[in-house]
Design a protein around this ligand. Sequence first.
Ligand SMILES: Cc1cc2nc3c(=O)[nH]c(=O)nc-3n(C[C@H](O)[C@H](O)[C@H](O)COP(=O)(O)O)c2cc1C
Length: 401
Amino acid sequence: MPAKRTGSGVARSRTVEIDGLLCRRSPHLVSYWRGTDFVVENYATTVRARALPITSDILAFFDDWRRVDALLALRPSDTHDALRSLIAQLLEHSLLQRSDQELPERERAMALWEKWNPAAGFFHVATKDVNFVDMNTQVRSLRERSRAAPMPDPVKRYPGARQIPLPSSSLESEFPRALLTRRTWRRFSRKPVDLSSFGTLLGLTAGIQKWAHAEGEGKIALKTSPSGGARHAIELYTLALGVKNLPRGLYHYAADAHALELIDPNVSGRLVGRYLPNQPWYKPAAALVFFAPVFSRELWRYTYARAYRAVLIEAGHLCQTFCLTATWLGLAPFCTMALADSLIEKHLDLDGITESVLYVAGVGTRPTNAEATPPETRTGRPSMLKRREVQRFPGRIVRSS
Ligand SMILES: Cc1cc2nc3c(=O)[nH]c(=O)nc-3n(C[C@H](O)[C@H](O)[C@H](O)COP(=O)(O)O)c2cc1C
């Protein structure tokens, strides 16, 4: 064991240690005022610190690798101890990097987003791992909010404008029927989903249907959904729990081979509750499907942060195709943004930056007998329902029988 050192000895050795350090400001900092607090945040490491405004002077000094004693040489000696202590804190909070230690993995991953940052990187990280409240708390808070200010009107009209009524074509065919009967299902039967239906669902959602050649790029994939620049950044993974003839497991969907690649055979139904917090209604679903972009596909082609928007839009396209296809197959689809991002990413072995989970869909078989009607036929105005008939789902009221 090393000999115990005196307090002043420790202080002296730390002083020497810090004075000789080469430091650099993390390239992933944003700062803002929250109330009276000046906040500096490293959006790569997700560390947020309240700071004195003078901190920005210190951070400005370290915009490239520089020794701490070079800063001290510019400042009166009676401020040195305070400065050393501040620098130690900036290092501890990852606002400064040190050359004698490897950069955290998240800093290295975020460096790949250089041309999109800070806008995209900050937004990406700031909107992850939200603490989703349970339904009762949500309804209580919405009720309070409605009292303070009514919900905005869900439609927009131009009352003075001339109105031209629009005709409609016949809706008596499969396509409009799928569109019109698509609903978010929150009840499922215990019957498993057929493997052929499941395969069709994944294939029509994310399978590569064709290859094409793009000048200057090479081979590009084409799918049932559009994708900005045909980047098709999004990969699909599935937690399959109730698919007939498919062993339970976590799988990756190989979009070119139309096949599932087993990642983890040791999964249980309990994961649904952990991955979709406070949404117990999804626990009996047969499978969850995770939409997870490979950002390098987008970053390679687009050097502006707006391309991040394209990835979000692409997730929406794929998810709608998923829901419509499942409806057409007579299944019960749903989608949710209330997901435990980092937990799922850990299971998928994604770092959350170069690849990340954006969206979750799922599917089950439709409930039988009384529940066989699509959910939409069970909605009604609250005033028309007796209290015991009302079951609350996020943002709406659904009659349960
Ligand atoms: C982006 C997005 C996020 C959603 N998040 C949730 C969610 O967290 N929990 C949930 O039960 N449903 C969620 N839904 C489903 C909506 O609640 C549902 O689409 C909405 O109530 C309209 O009902 P419909 O899909 O049957 O038309 C989400 C839907 C979308 C598009």
